[in-house]
Design a binder for this molecule. Structure first.
Ligand SMILES: NC(=O)c1ccc[n+]([C@@H]2O[C@H](COP(=O)([O-])OP(=O)(O)OC[C@H]3O[C@@H](n4cnc5c(N)ncnc54)[C@H](O)[C@@H]3O)[C@@H](O)[C@H]2O)c1
Length: 238
C-alpha cells in the first residue's frame, strides 16, 4: 500500500498512477475531497486498487495514516509530495505566511513520518520526498518554499541514517519545471522563456517524475537511501 500526499493532482497523481500500474494499492490524500475521489475512481476504473482520503496533512497527519492501516492493514510506501508555495521574497514575507508554508511542507512531513514509522518498519518499506531544484538554484524567489525544501532534504538524509537499521529507505526527488495544473494559467511565453534553460529541450511531464519515483520505491533501488535524484532535463547541471 502506498500513501501519496497531494495524490489528486499533478506530480502526486502521476506517481499514484504509476505505483498503481506497478501493482501497489494506493491511497490519495488531498484537501479537496472531490479531486482525490475523482482520481481514485479513474484508477479503479482502470482496474487498480485506490482509496481517496480527504484531509489536510497540516491537520491530523496521524489520522491519515490510521485510515490507511484500518483499510489495508499495512503501509509500504509514503510519498511526501503535497506542498504549497508563498510566492514572495523576504521583504514581503509575513510570519503567518512563513508558518503556513513550513506547516505543510515540513511539519506535516515530520508528523506523517512519525505516524508511519512503525508500519513501514513492519514491511521494510520506504519514504520518498518531493523537493525542488529551487534548493540549489538562485532564481526561485520564494524564500519559505526553498527553505522548506532544503530542510526536507536534510530531514530525508537524517531519516535514511536513523531508519536504515529498521529496513526503511528514505530518498528525495528534485524535479525541475514540470507541466502540472499549477502552470495552466501561465501564458505560452512563460514556457518559451523556460525552454532554453533546459538542455534536453522540453518541459518536464508528471510522468517523468513518476518513473523516477517508481524506481526509487522499487526493490531495484534496495541499496539506495539518503540520496537526491534530480529530474530536470539537465537544467541544474548548467
Ligand atoms: N510542478 C513543478 O514544476 C514542480 C517543480 C519542483 C517541485 N515540485 C514539487 O512537486 C510537488 C507536487 O507539485 P505539483 O506541481 O504537482 O503541484 P500541485 O499543486 O498540483 O500538487 C500539490 C498537491 O498537494 C495538495 N496539498 C497542498 N497542501 C495540502 C495539505 N495541507 N494537505 C493535503 N494536500 C495538500 C494540493 O491540493 C495538490 O493536490 C510539490 O512538492 C512541489 O513543490 C513541482
Amino acid at each position: 500500500m502506498a500513501l501519496i500526499t497531494g495524490g489528486g493532482t499533478g506530480i502526486g497523481a502521476a506517481i499514484a498512477g504509476r505505483l498503481a500500474a506497478e501493482g501497489a494499492a494506493v491511497a490519495l490524500v488531498g484537501r479537496r475531497g472531490h479531486v482525490v475521489q475523482q482520481r481514485a475512481e479513474l484508477l479503479r476504473a482502470a482496474g487498480y486498487e485506490a482509496l481517496a482520503i480527504r484531509g489536510d496533512i497540516a491537520g491530523d497527519a496521524a489520522s491519515l495514516v490510521r485510515q490507511v492501516i484500518q483499510q489495508y492493514g499495512r503501509l509500504d510506501i509514503l510519498v511526501n509530495n503535497a506542498a504549497i508555495a508563498a510566492g514572495v521574497d523576504l521583504e514581503e514575507m509575513t510570519p503567518e505566511l512563513w508558518r503556513q508554508v513550513l506547516a505543510v511542507n515540513l511539519d506535516a512531513v515530520f508528523a506523517l513520518v512519525q505516524a508511519a514509522r512503525l508500519h513501514l518498519a513492519a514491511v521494510r518499506g520506504c519514504l520518498l520526498h518531493i523537493s525542488s531544484i529551487g534548493v540549489s538554484m538562485g532564481e526561485f524567489d520564494d524564500i519559505a518554499y526553498v527553505t522548506s525544501k532544503a530542510a526536507l532534504e536534510a530531514f530525508s538524509r537524517r531519516l535514511a541514517i536513523e531508519l536504515a537499521p529498521h529496513g526503511i529507505r528514505s530518498n528525495v526527488i528534485r524535479p525541475g519545471l514540470v507541466h502540472t495544473e499549477v502552470f495552466d494559467t501561465m501564458p505560452p511565453e512563460f514556457f518559451d522563456a523556460q525552454l532554453p534553460l533546459i538542455p534536453i529541450g522540453r518541459i518536464g511531464q508528471p510522468e517523468d517524475i513518476a518513473q523516477a519515483a517508481a524506481f526509487l520505491c522499487s526493490a531495484e533501488a534496495s541499496f539506495i537511501t539518503g540520496t537526491v535524484l534530480t529530474v530536470d532535463g539537465g537544467e541544474s547541471a548548467k
